[in-house]
Design a protein around this ligand. Structure first.
Ligand SMILES: [Fe+2]
Length: 185
């Protein structure tokens, strides 16, 4: 497996772990108890920063390379992938705004908040699945070792503030929670 794909898939496994934390907290909310809102906010803040700074740009490079090599039209082009990443970020911002509203107004319908959370988790999972099944699989079949090593020059130093070797203090609580959750690395 090319190192770049290994890295992208490992990121996805980490994002999936975060989806499970959101689902666990939403189950608490659904029972009428108080979930750890700050933990959920921390997950969303991470998902609004690290992927856009490091994960998505690397996927963009793979897609740009791939689009020169394939005529298969189910593979999204750079513009389509960028649009999908924009939609993903807007579902996260919507969830974050809903979270802030819930904290200041307890009278908001619980179903409304649950639906926003559910829509975000479903979209994130569908997006990762599309990338793995369509983009990564095609890239693995089509790109040469030389192309993968050129793509790898875009990887940069490990900069993941949550799952990386030098975690950010802002994510300390979330790191502690991950220590009790199944992780892929
Ligand atoms: Fe991705």
């Amino acid at each position: 497996m090319p190192e770049v794909l290994d890295k992208l898939i490992n990121d996805h496994r980490n994002f999936e772990t975060l989806m499970q934390i959101i689902e666990q907290e939403m189950r608490v909310f659904e029972t009428g108890e108080h979930p750890d809102y700050e933990l959920v906010r921390s997950v969303l803040n991470y998902l609004l920063t690290y992927p856009d700074l490091h994960h998505h740009p690397l996927e963009d490079v793979v897609v740009r390379k791939l689009i020169c090599r394939t005529t298969e039209n189910q593979v999204p082009g750079p513009a389509e992938l960028a649009e999908e990443h924009r939609r993903l970020a807007s579902t996260i911002r919507r969830f974050l705004a809903a979270l802030n509203n819930i904290l200041i107004d307890v009278m908001l319908p619980r179903d409304w908040f649950c639906n926003i959370a559910r829509e975000f988790v479903a979209f994130q999972r569908k997006h990762m699945q599309m990338e793995e099944v369509v983009i990564f699989a095609m890239a693995k079949r089509s790109l040469s070792a030389a192309e993968w090593s050129r793509i790898a020059t875009h990887m940069g130093a490990p900069a993941d503030p949550l799952f990386g070797p030098d975690p950010d203090a802002d994510f300390a609580e979330l790191r502690a929670r991950l220590g009790t959750a199944p992780m892929s690395n």
